[in-house]
Design a protein around this ligand. Structure first.
Ligand code: NAG
Ligand code: NAG
Ligand code: NAG
Ligand code: NAG
Ligand code: NAG
Length: 947
């Protein structure tokens, strides 16, 4: 008894150990199999990095799933992980798998023949979208016990579909689409009791499709499209009564639609397009009342389109194109909830009476290439949802209905190759969504309506082979999306409008066989236009033809009023319109800007590179130049008290706190190349900004310093930060400025959201203000040297004030390297001559900085942006945008397009001129201010000031 009682636990323990050993063994097998699997594939993304032998808990590995009870690996799912290499045999060891899913990888090699035989429990296998090749193993389906869902779609498998597949009685879904399979459909496939979905599309399967659909068929979806099947569609296909989707398109089926189809009252999609089916379209299609999509296109159906299709009340898409159908367009085309109808390429000739408020949902109607005649039914323009209307190649006559302008969603209108006459209704401008307008090969007369300029989305315009007269409307220049324009074979005269140079995407512009004359618009496209686009006109001058005709562009003019090169007053003395002036001034700017383009880009990059080098050097030598932050607190010896505080004008010459506590980190407003700035309050309560110079070792003698600072203090202007005083000791110099509450422009431009970003007016005010401030400085002999957005401060009214001016003069000598290290943070603002020892640095370097600043203000982008492996220089970006006529794109998005382009463009061009490589090509600040004032108030400008 005792033995018995002690034996029982021992037995139990033994049994437990055995179970444990078995699980461990199996577990170890699974681990091993997975690790071998891992070593068998390349894993460039490292998705299998966590799979290691040392970790014997594979159930937590990515992509691995286990049975909670047995701990066995039951699923392996690694979709689109870029795994490549041959499909590893190690998979066969994972014999507890229920799900194996490796779609969208790069696995190659053949499908393992014993895959289903070894993985006896497998229910779902998905190896689709890999690069599996070779013939499907003949015995793949020899033992397919549990498999329900199997997809080998989108691989490169060849050979026949193994006939054993018909024995996989548990199959629910079989997808072998998009491979290179050949041969016939195996017999018995239709008898698989559970098969719901069969996709064999996109192969090279051939022969005739066997019949034998049992009444009990579970089939819901069958796709045999894109194969080489021939013969008739199986007569009993309608026995598969649960079918919802049947696609037999793009094969070589012959004969007619089998009668049994009419029983498929649940069928939603019937596709038999692009076969060789014949006979009449059966009226019983109306019995398939669930049909939503019907594709009979590209067959040889004859006779009339049956009215009974109207019973398919859910029909959304009907494609009956490319058959030999005759008679009238059936009324149901306008009566059902159809969205897309095509009857193109038939022999239809009659319009049915189109019902009044019909076709509410119709988006696409293609009636092209039929025999329709008479006028366009007046109801068509009332189809409010229509996006695409193709009436081409019929015998339609009469006028284009004016109602076309009400079709606000219409994107494509093709009425080419008809007999339309009369003029193009100006109402066309109302069809604002139009992308393609094709009216070629008609008999249209009159002028091309300028209103077409309102169809802003237009990409393709074809008015060729008509009888249009008059000139090409300049409004075409507004259609900036235009790519293809064909106006050939008309009677157009006059010159090509200059505005066409605004079209950045144009690549075909055919005006051959007209009576056009004059020069070409100036743009990259027109500079290279092929001669055949211009041939047979009265006198169009192509630059290619090398004739004397000059290009069409505003006459050049110079900024200097006294210059002898002033063709404007001679050429057009009778056009004093200020608009004209504006255009002329700025087109000069354009010319100069473009001419200077390449050179400037090189200049800035040189600066960039040099600056980096200098910056590196500067950071190494920092202690020699810079004062430490807490210098004051660390060196309380009597510097502060023995120093001299000088205030200009009125104001108490005493700080409210002692000098020591004065400049602590909390009050720091910012720092620049010349030192840090702190906010403090004078004893009389006035806030001031104090700049602690960090260049003390370089500062000149006290006398020189005082003289220079006094000079700066005299330059007062409401666009300049007033210098109020200074403080001097040999080791510490402070400059005392007015404190401005609005912060600096850099913050406003680069650190703020759309809601509180600067408006157009504010930006323009800032640009003019800065220009006036600089002009004032220059008039007083002060060069700023360090203009950048963080040195422009805003007062409480948002008025800009230029700060930090003239400090370079405090340095003993204008060493350019030191200087550029001081203003390194002004990267991108610095004129190219700074790097060049032989060029004198003048106030023109401020003009350069101003140009960059103006562009920065308009675009909201930093002068230089460092990307991962690229340096983007703002001026270059803007300059190429100008050359490609898409300046609008570079404006600050936060303006949300709320700005007048006629103001923005001249300022951008001005900015580009100011950033000319050669200093003498830059205007002086006086000229800049005048131009800006002219842009702002074209009316008030004195006409002869600049031109
Ligand atoms: C598959 O491999 C090819 C080259 O063998 C490569 O070009 C492609 O990017 C890879 N595709 C994926 C999804 O990793
Ligand atoms: C067959 O597989 C392909 C590729 O994964 C997929 O696009 C297609 O929809 C599948 N067919 C069916 C009927 O699910
Ligand atoms: C209109 O139909 C014709 C003939 O079917 C076709 O060639 C043309 O491309 C279609 N037009 C558009 C804009 O798609
Ligand atoms: C073309 O654009 C200009 C300027 O935006 C505008 O004045 C003109 O009215 C436009 N023309 C048409 C036909 O839309
Ligand atoms: C263009 O032709 C029309 C007649 O069709 C004529 O009245 C007009 O003066 C011509 N214009 C030019 C610029 O030749």
């Amino acid at each position: 008894m005792a033995a018995a009682t002690s034996a029982a636990p021992a037995l139990l323990l033994g049994a437990l150990l055995l179970v444990a050993a078995a699980t461990t063994a199996a577990l170890t097998d699974d681990v091993l199999a997975l690790v071998v699997f891992k070593t068998g594939v390349a894993d460039p993304l490292g998705r299998l990095a966590a799979w290691t032998e040392d970790d014997d808990r594979p159930c937590s590995w990515p992509g691995v799933g286990c049975d909670a009870r047995t701990g066995r690996v039951t699923s392996l799912s690694l979709a689109a992980e870029s795994l490549s290499g041959r499909l590893p045999r190690a998979l066969l060891r994972l014999d507890a798998l229920l799900t194996l899913s490796l779609p969208g990888n790069n696995l190659s090699g053949p499908v393992l023949p014993s895959l289903l035989g070894s993985l006896t429990r497998l229910r779902s296998l998905d190896l689709s979208s890999n690069r599996l090749a070779a013939a499907v193993p003949a015995d793949l389906f020899a033992q397919c016990r549990e498999i329900r869902s199997l997809s080998l779609a989108h691989n490169e498998l060849s050979g026949y579909i193994p006939t054993d597949v018909a024995s996989c009685s548990s199959l629910v879904s079989l997808n072998l689409s998009s491979n290179r399979l050949a041969g016939p459909i195996p017999d018995g496939l239709w008898s698989l009791p559970s098969l719901r979905s069969l996709d064999l599309s996109g192969n090279a399967l051939s022969g005739s499709v066997p019949g034998g659909f049992p009444r009990s068929s579970s089939l819901r979806a069958v796709d045999l499209s894109h194969n080489l099947f021939a013969g008739e569609i199986p007569a009993d296909i309608g026995e598969a009564a649960l079918l919802k989707s049947l696609d037999l398109g793009r094969n070589f089926f012959t004969g007619g639609l089998p009668d049994s189809l009419r029983r498929l009252s649940g069928l939603r999609f019937l596709g038999v397009g692009s076969n060789a089916l014949v006979g009449e379209v059966p009226a019983w299609i109306g019995e398939m009342w669930a049909l939503e999509r019907l594709d009979l296109s590209g067959n040889r159906f004859t006779g009339a389109i049956p009215d009974d299709i109207a019973n398919c009340k859910n029909m959304v898409e009907a494609d009956l194109s490319r058959n030999a159908l005759t008679g009238e367009l059936p009324w149901w085309v306008f009566g059902l909830p159809l969205q897309s109808v095509s009857v193109a390429g038939n022999k239809l000739y009659g319009w049915v009476k189109v019902p009044g408020d019909a076709a509410l949902s119709l988006r696409s109607l293609d009636l092209s290439s039929n025999g329709f005649s008479g006028g366009i039914p007046p109801q068509i323009p009332t189809f409010a949802s229509l996006q695409s209307l193709n009436l081409s190649s019929n015998s339609i006559s009469g006028q284009m209905p004016a109602g076309i302008g009400g079709m606000r969603l219409l994107e494509v209108l093709d009425a080419s190759a008809n007999h339309l006459n009369g003029s193009m209704p100006p109402e066309i401008g109302g069809a604002v969504a139009l992308r393609e307008l094709r009216m070629g090969r008609n008999s249209l007369t009159g002028r091309i309506p300028a209103q077409i300029g309102s169809c802003r989305s237009l990409v393709a315009l074809d008015f060729s082979h008509n009888e249009f007269t008059g000139s090409i409307p300049s409004a075409l220049g507004n259609l900036t999306s235009l790519q293809v324009v064909n106006l050939s074979q008309n009677k157009l005269n006059g010159t090509l409008p200059v505005e066409l140079s605004n079209l950045p995407s144009l690549h075909i512009f055919d005006v051959s066989h007209n009576s056009l004359s004059g020069g070409l618009p100036k743009s990259r496209f027109f500079d290279n236009i092929p001669a055949y686009f211009l041939s047979d006109n009265s006198g169009l001058c192509s630059s290619r033809k090398n004739n004397s005709c000059s290009t069409v562009m505003p006459k050049p003019i110079v900024l200097n009023p006294n210059s002898s090169l002033n063709p404007l007053s001679q050429a057009t003395p009778s056009s004093p319109s200020s608009m004209h002036h504006k255009k002329i001034i700025l087109s000069v700017s354009t010319l100069i800007a473009i001419a200077g383009g390449a050179a400037i880009a090189i200049g800035v990059i040189t600066v960039t590179v040099l600056n980096r080098r200098v910056r590196a050097a500067a950071s190494r030598s920092k202690p020699a130049i810079a004062l430490s932050d807490d210098y004051l607190s660390q060196s309380p010896e009597n510097d502060a008290s023995s120093g001299k505080l000088v205030m200009f004008g009125k104001g108490s010459p005493e700080f409210s706190a002692g000098g020591h506590a004065l400049l602590n980190k909390d009050c720091e407003l910012g720092r620049g190349g010349f030192g840090a700035v702190y906010k403090t309050v004078l004893r009389d309560g006035q806030p001031v900004a104090i700049k602690k110079l960090t260049v003390s070792s370089l500062v000149k003698s006290r006398d020189d310093f005082e003289r220079q600072v006094k000079l700066l203090s005299k330059v007062r202007h409401h666009n300049i930060v007033t210098l109020r005083g200074f403080y001097w000791t040999s080791s510490l110099q402070l400059l005392i400025y007015d404190y401005l509450p609005g912060g600096n422009l850099h913050k406003h431009l680069h650190e703020c959201t759309e809601e509180n970003s600067l408006s157009w007016m504010e930006r323009f005010d800032i640009i003019i203000g800065v220009a006036r401030g600089l002009m004032h400085l220059h008039q007083h002999g002060v060069v700023h040297y360090n203009l950048k957005s963080s040195n422009v401060l805003l007062d409480s009214n948002g008025e800009p004030r230029v700060g930090d001016y003239g400090l370079a003069k405090l340095l003993p000598m204008l060493d350019r390297y030191v200087l550029s290290s001081k203003i390194q943070s002004a990267l991108g603002y610095m004129a190219p001559e700074f790097t060049c020892k032989t060029v004198k640095i003048t106030e023109k370097c401020d003009v350069y900085g101003f140009g960059v600043l103006a562009l920065e203000i308009l675009t909201g982008r930093r002068p230089v942006e460092y990307l991962e492996d690229d340096v983007v220089v703002l001026c270059d970006v803007v300059r190429s945008a100008l050359e490609e006529d898409r300046l609008e794109d570079c404006m600050d998005q936060r303006l949300c397009g709320e700005f007048p382009m006629e103001e923005a463009i001249p300022i951008i061009k001005l900015g580009l001129v100011c950033t000319s490589q050669v200093p003498s090509n830059r205007p002086d600040m006086g000229e800049v201010v005048s131009i800006l004032e002219l842009v702002r108030n074209p009316q008030e400008s004195p006409g002869d000031e600049l031109v």
